[in-house]
Design a protein around this ligand. Structure first.
Ligand code: FUC
Length: 764
């Protein structure tokens, strides 16, 4: 646009960056070279805005996202007239004519359109540093204790430091550039975008990127503002800074999305407000506010397994070393904390939940649309939320459930002529809830029930009765209402079954997959208990009491396995990544060693047949299973598989693993494993799903010493405990809800009344 000189002194913004004290921490991912690809770059995020920092020297790339930029537009995906075919589909299945059922369903029963929409990248911030082609003393790191990414290097005898953070209180991504010698900093900065319909305008110390998503109604605006005491020149295409010692760049981005029904927001309004709120505010202040805010979440929990010094290795070398010598206790603790970091960075109260890639995505056509797959992935993202003391981050998931319950009401009526609401195996930002992709796996009925278990679990952990009454109950009741009308008597067995459905994503369309029944039973149980707690809806609870024992039970098959279907047709040589019929073991609690030891044994047998390998999330689920089977050493075997190094273009390892930025690899990158594994790792140390808190139920030999602080248990308890040479040494329990405490170690149970707010030291 225009070319002018723009001196920031004029505006009165000064950043006193020389006063920033960079903290030392072992909780970091660090490297001796810049990222060669996106899967080596380091993620920052504030729940809404996310960025991947490459740390490339002469041309820095910071690829960014905003969580509401998707393809598509508000849309009702229900298939008018679908219900007319429900009975015929069921009858085909009852007669064993699966192909006919699938064909009819493909034609008449699927979502319109068949596929849902995709999450989009926003743009790239490119900062060029002329003359920095040769450099020495390079390091880059992600400090997860403080949620900052930092790169340092030297050109000649000048040390340059860059720091990037995503601030929730200030709603910006902030980039701080420093040289340790006066006037030695100079760079060119520009934004660009992979979107065909995008445009950049430069004005003074600001550049604005306008993005218009090609296939849909969403538009985004991103703006950077450069603040420096150096010389700033505005060019048509970029902003040039020279003779500076430091510079701060604030990036803000917004879209016109309001909700799944409404795209009438003015992105300019939110964006300029966020930037103008920072008028006169230094990076140091933004950083201080960011740290205080982040620490509020992060510091509630700590985990220490000791160290054998491997943190001295950069992460790429460290992972390779682990593959050879799988002892690195600090890496396991770091992985748990990295999961918490990613959760705080992708899920804040008021935002939307983490999708298949959290909030980080570089592709216009990301794998599986980077949507919300609800037959494992989305739920797995929230497994560590309550357990690792990030209960408030769970709110992001609840926001989505509330929306999907609205669209799911329509689908319940149009497809099943039922009241209540239903979600099949996927949703997107438009909250599609009808069955998508193909009838052999899209018609799966468990999405709504599984998501509801998160609302109930939130209550079990927090005992927040207002939440249960005002937010959870209408959703639980709606989902259970649907299933109570949808379940139908199986002509062969007389049991109530879920049909048509499938056992995710194996075996095609069937009548009565085991998983659905486990989910529905658990939901009914939660509803009956809620009705008792709140003293409401007794008649509805009575209906569920009547239906529950009629639902097809877990069955043991010919190979000693837990049957995945009504018929005893499991193939013990099938190593499929999904293990859905073990839902009742975890995340459900339908099957336990105490309540149903035979079924538990059969479930374990099923998992042995399935084998140890799998995609990233599958490995992570198996860590959780082995923790519940109380075999910590087997769980550790899965950790070894999850820590296999995956490098772009290196296909020697076929299953899941970890990229060198510790992102979970399906492959490709999918964030679920980053969340599922931490839950399993912590469940090796503590479990609370059996009306008792179990200490060290599945401690692997590889983690003989350690301590944990701030881990949460159902009943509103927060625990801290330590162990040495595999033996528990001390335990203290904070009672946040005044519930009675039952706690167990090596078979010895202690029981006591507690008072809200009191901490109890327990000795075994
Ligand atoms: C389900 C899984 C795949 C993948 C996809 C996003 O379809 O079966 O492995 O995780 O979701």
């Amino acid at each position: 646009m225009k070319k002018n000189f723009y001196l920031l002194a004029f505006l009165g913004f000064f950043s006193c960056t020389n006063q920033i004290q960079y903290e030392e921490t072992d909780l970091k991912l660090w490297y001796e070279q810049p990222a060669k690809s996106w899967n080596e770059a380091l993620p920052v995020g504030n729940g809404r805005l996310g960025a991947m920092v490459f740390g490339t020297v002469s041309r820095e790339r910071i690829q960014f996202n905003e969580e509401t930029l998707w393809t598509g537009e508000p849309h009702n995906y229900a298939h008018e007239g679908a219900y007319d075919y429900l009975d015929s589909i069921r009858q085909f299945l009852f007669k064993g004519e699966q192909r006919k059922a699938e064909n009819l369903a493909s034609e008449k029963f699927m979502s319109v359109p068949l596929r849902q929409m995709a999450y989009q990248p926003f743009g790239d911030l490119i900062i060029e540093f002329p003359g920095h082609e040769e450099y020495t003393d390079y390091t880059r790191l992600l400090d997860i204790q403080n949620a900052v990414a930092r790169t340092t290097y030297k050109v000649g005898d000048v040390t340059y430091t860059r720091e990037v953070l995503a601030s929730d209180p200030d709603q910006v991504i902030a980039v701080q550039l420093d040289a340790d010698q006066k006037g030695a900093l100079g760079f060119h900065i520009v934004m660009n975008s992979p979107h065909e319909q995008s445009e950049v305008m430069t004005d003074g110390n600001q550049q604005t990127l306008y993005v218009d998503v090609k296939d849909g109604a969403l538009k985004g605006i991103a703006r950077i503002e450069v603040r420096t005491k150096g010389t700033l020149i505005t060019h048509d295409s970029h902003i040039e800074v020279s003779d500076a010692t430091s510079a701060t760049i604030y990036l803000s981005a917004s879209t016109n999305h309001v909700s799944y029904q409404d795209v009438s927001a003015d992105p300019e309004e939110e964006l300029s407000e966020n930037l103008s709120n920072l008028n006169g505010v230094s990076y140091k202040k933004v950083r201080e506010k960011h740290l205080a805010d982040y620490h509020k979440y992060f510091k509630r929990f700590n985990l220490d397994f000791g160290s054998n010094g491997r943190e001295a290795l950069p992460m790429d070398k460290r992972l390779h070393k682990f593959m050879e010598f799988p002892e690195d206790p600090q890496l396991v603790a770091l992985y748990v904390q990295y999961g918490r970091y990613l959760m705080i960075s992708s899920s804040r109260p008021g935002t939307y939940p983490a999708n298949l890639q959290g909030i980080w995505n570089k592709d216009l056509k990301p794998a599986w649309g980077s949507k919300y797959t609800c037959n494992i992935n989305t739920e797995m993202n929230y497994w560590p939320a309550e357990l690792t003391n990030l209960s408030d981050c769970h709110d992001a998931l609840f926001n989505m459930i509330e929306e999907v319950a609205q669209t799911g009401k329509e689908v319940a009526k149009v497809h099943y002529n039922c009241d209540g609401w239903v979600l099949h195996h996927n949703t997107d930002i438009w909250r599609g809830s009808a069955p998508i992709n193909a009838s052999n796996h899209g018609i799966w009925l468990g999405g709504s029930g599984w998501l509801c278990s998160h609302l109930w679990e939130h209550y079990l952990y927090t005992r927040d009765i207002d939440f249960l009454r005002d937010r959870a109950w209408p959703l639980l009741k709606g989902a259970a209402t649907f299933y109570s009308q949808f379940l139908i008597e199986d002509p062969k067995t007389g049991w109530l079954i879920s049909t048509p459905s499938n056992s995710p994503e194996i075996g095609g369309l069937v009548a009565g997959p085991t998983m659905d029944h486990q989910i529905i039973r658990s939901l009914f149980k939660a509803c009956i208990e809620t009705s008792e707690i709140l003293g409401v809806d007794n008649d509805f609870a009575d209906l569920l009491r009547d239906l529950t024992p009629k639902i097809a039970p877990n069955q043991i098959g010919q190979y000693g396995q837990l049957q995945e279907w009504m018929e005893d047709k499991d193939n013990p040589n099938n190593h499929h990544r999904h293990v859905s019929h073990l839902w009742g073991v975890t995340p459900g609690a339908d099957i336990t060693w105490e309540t149903s030891p035979e079924i538990m044994k059969a479930a374990m047998q099923s998992l042995i047949y399935r084998g140890d390998d799998g995609t990233g999330w599958s490995l992570s689920w198996k860590i959780n299973f082995w923790a519940r089977f109380m075999d910590g050493n087997h769980a550790y075997e899965l950790i070894k598989l999850l820590f296999r190094v995956k490098e772009d273009g290196n296909n020697t390892i076929r299953g899941g693993g970890s990229y060198i930025n510790l992102f979970d690899s399906h492959p490709p990158f999918q964030i679920d494993g980053n969340f599922g594994a931490p839950a399993g790792m912590v469940e090796m140390l503590m479990q609370s799903h059996q009306n008792v808190i179990d200490l060290l139920p599945a401690l692997p030999d590889a983690l003989p010493d350690g301590s944990i602080y701030g881990v949460c248990a159902r009943g509103g308890f927060e625990l801290s405990f330590s162990w040495k040479e595999g033996i528990l040494t001390d335990v203290s329990v904070l009672s946040k809800a005044g519930e009675p405490l039952r706690i167990r170690y090596k078979g010895e149970v202690q029981e006591m009344e507690t008072e809200k707010g009191e901490t109890y030291d327990i000795t075994f």
